[in-house]
Design a protein around this ligand. Structure first.
Ligand code: HMG
Ligand code: MG
Length: 296
């Protein structure tokens, strides 16, 4: 049984652009964000409050949050107390913390062990919840790690369980390097739904091996109705070698449309948003639906 409605969380302005080699101007990012909203996007990761030395592309986080129109839920990422503080100062209403199940990945990504990150995030999340902020926890390397290989399902469940006990509102569980297959996707998301029925659960697939669409279908069958996707299939974590873009918003929405599943999002308008950013990125955008749109 498939869901009747699916929520798409657009991650293009954050995951999509963080790894982009060309510097993208603030105004071009804002145009991308506003065109995505015009296409019907109601939940979006706008940017991240991370070290500009580590991720120069996100150095304009404050301006991006302050100048973006508020429609639905705008997420900003924060890896630590400092990030959460900066996010609050810019009046963000929804904050995404992030941790890797794999210790090695977490060290490469945020310079701490997974344990250290979790211990540091506990009081941060408590404060955010006290302040009425929506908190999403992004769980990286939930299937495979570029350094440690296959990740055990029980380790993912344990980490998620800690976040749930800290009071997060949502778990976004990621295939960071696009290695999961549909059976693995079904198994993990089925277990997550079973263990945490009271929490929003979102699937975040990178499409490195072109299995993301199949993994999404498997997750739909496991009862998942929230997906992180990126317009134009942009994306990748700078600290996950081999990872390429996220599954493309326009392709996922098109599949959901064809299955009769409502998203409230217009594929052509997503493609129009992709067109606004295409000229500012360093590589061609060749997703299925964007190609059709360009050739119309
Ligand atoms: P660090 O060097 O260990 O930081 O980096 P520190 O705590 O030692 O502080 C050093 C300096 O950085 C200090 O400044 C701090 O104030 C500053 P100084 O005193 O030298 O002037 N600092 C910050 N500045 C801005 N924002 C902050 C912040 N924190 C400290 N939040 C740190 C640790 C976490 C900062 C660094 O490792 C970092 O920024 N990492 C970013 C990693 C990242 O953005 N990765 C991509 C996002 S995750 C992802 O893509 C995966 C996901 O899509 C899911 C999936 O696909 O798997 C979500
Ligand atoms: Mg990602």
């Amino acid at each position: 049984i498939l869901p009747k409605n699916v929520t798409i969380i657009e991650v293009g302005p954050r995951d999509g652009l963080q790894n982009e080699k060309n510097h993208v101007d603030e105004t071009d990012k804002l145009q991308f964000i506003h065109s995505l909203q015009a296409a019907g996007i109601r939940e979006m990761e706008l940017t991240s409050f991370v070290s500009p030395k580590w991720v120069p592309q996100m150095a304009d986080a404050k301006a991006i949050v302050e100048k973006s129109d508020r429609i639905g839920r705008q997420f900003v990422l924060a890896p630590n107390a400092k990030g959460a503080e900066l996010a609050l100062e810019s009046n963000a209403d929804s904050i995404a913390v992030f941790v890797g199940v794999s210790n090695t990945f977490n060290q490469k990504n945020i310079n701490r062990t997974t344990e250290e990150s979790m211990d540091a995030l506990e009081p941060v999340i408590a404060k955010l919840k006290h302040d009425g902020i929506f908190v999403r926890a992004c769980i990286s390397t939930a299937f495979y790690c570029p350094y440690e290989g296959k990740i055990e399902l029980k380790d993912v469940l344990n980490l998620c369980s800690r976040f749930v006990s800290m009071g997060v509102d949502e778990l976004s569980v990621a295939d960071t390097i696009g290695m999961a297959n549909p059976v693995e996707s079904y198994e993990l998301f089925f277990q997550l739904k079973k263990e945490f029925p009271e929490i929003l659960i979102t699937a975040h697939f990178h499409d490195t091996r072109k299995m993301a669409m199949a993994n999404i279908f498997a997750a739909l069958q496991a009862g998942i109705d929230r997906f992180d996707t990126s317009a134009g299939g942009l994306g990748g974590c700078p600290f996950a070698p081999g990872a390429t873009g996220n599954v493309a918003t326009e392709d996922v929405v098109n599949m959901l449309d064809s299955l009769g599943i409502e998203t409230g999002i217009d594929v052509d308008k997503i493609c129009a948003a992709v067109e606004t950013i295409a000229q500012h990125v360093s590589h061609p955008i060749e997703t299925g639906m964007y190609r059709l749109y360009k050739n119309k």
